[in-house]
Design a binder for this molecule. Structure first.
Ligand SMILES: [Zn+2]
Ligand SMILES: [Zn+2]
Length: 248
C-alpha cells in the first residue's frame, strides 16, 4: 500500500511539472516549474538595460521618457523600453511578439505589472479607466484574441481601476505597418477606428489610460484619442510596452 501511495505521489509530481510548464516571457525558453520570476536571467538583465537606455530625443532613460507623439490629441505617452527590429535579442521586440501571438497569461501579467510600475503618478488615476487600442478583426480571427484589450484589462486589475471595452476596429484592408507617412497612417487609422455606442457611458467624463503593445507614429492612439474625446472622455494618456523610434 505504501509503495502504491509513493508511486501515486511521484506521478502527481510529474503531472504538476508538465501542467505548470513555465517559459521565459521574453525568449520563451523553458524555466524550472518552481522558478521564481517571469524571465530567464539573460532576458531579465537585457530588459533592465533596455529600460535605462537613453532616449535620443529627450536624453532621459526610456522608462522615464515622456516624448509626445507628433501633433496628436494623446495628452501624454509613456513606454517601458525601446523597440529594435535589428537586434535579435531585443527583449521589447520579443515581448510584443509574445503579446500578439502566445496568449500566455504570464506575458500579460509581466507587461501589466511593468506598466503599473512605470506610472509614477498613481494618485492621478482617480476617475480613470483603461481602454485597449483595438486589434483588426482578421488578426483577432487568426490569433483568437485582442492582445491590447487583454493587456488593458489586466492593467486595470493591477491598478484597481475600471476597464472599458469601448473601441473596435472596422477591418479596413490596409495595415498600418504597410504605410510609411504619418498623414497616410493617421487617415487610415481614423477610417479603421470606431466606438461601440452601447458602452459610451463608461468613458463619458472619465480620464482614459489608453493601452497598446507598440507605438510608431502614434496614429492608432491618436485616432482612438480623438474618438474617445468626441464622446466625452476628459484626458487620454497612453502607455505602451515599447516605442519604435526608427519610424517617426
Ligand atoms: Zn529569456
Ligand atoms: Zn524621450
Amino acid at each position: 500500500m505504501i509503495h502504491y501511495m509513493n508511486r501515486l505521489k511521484k506521478i502527481k509530481e510529474k503531472l504538476l511539472k508538465i501542467m505548470f510548464v513555465k517559459r521565459c516571457v521574453g525568449c520563451g525558453q523553458l524555466l524550472a516549474y518552481d522558478y521564481d520570476g517571469y524571465m530567464c536571467d539573460t532576458c531579465y538583465e537585457k530588459w533592465e538595460d533596455e529600460k535605462t537606455e537613453v532616449c535620443p530625443n529627450c536624453m532621459e532613460e526610456h522608462v522615464k521618457c515622456e516624448c509626445r507623439f507628433y501633433n496628436s490629441r494623446v495628452d501624454s505617452v509613456r513606454h517601458l523600453a525601446p523597440y529594435s527590429s535589428q537586434d535579435e535579442e531585443n527583449v521589447a521586440n520579443m515581448l510584443v511578439y509574445a503579446l500578439k501571438r502566445s496568449n500566455d497569461s504570464d506575458v500579460f501579467d509581466f507587461v501589466a505589472n511593468e506598466m503599473a510600475d512605470n506610472l509614477v503618478n498613481k494618485k492621478k488615476l482617480e476617475n480613470t479607466v483603461c481602454v485597449g487600442v483595438p486589434r483588426g478583426p482578421r488578426n483577432i480571427k487568426k490569433y483568437g484574441y485582442d492582445h491590447a484589450k487583454k493587456l488593458a484589462k489586466r492593467l486595470a486589475e493591477v491598478l484597481e481601476i475600471g476597464y472599458a471595452d469601448v473601441l473596435f476596429h472596422k477591418g479596413g484592408k490596409t495595415e498600418q505597418k504597410k504605410l510609411d507617412h504619418v498623414e497616410q497612417r493617421r487617415e487610415n487609422a481614423r477610417k479603421n477606428c470606431s466606438i461601440k455606442k452601447k458602452t459610451i457611458d463608461n468613458i463619458r467624463g472619465k480620464n482614459i489610460l489608453l493601452v497598446d503593445d507598440i507605438g510608431t507614429t502614434g496614429s492608432m492612439a491618436t485616432a482612438c484619442a480623438e474618438l474617445l474625446k468626441e464622446h466625452g472622455a476628459l484626458r487620454v494618456d497612453c502607455i505602451l510596452c515599447t516605442r519604435n523610434e526608427g519610424k517617426s
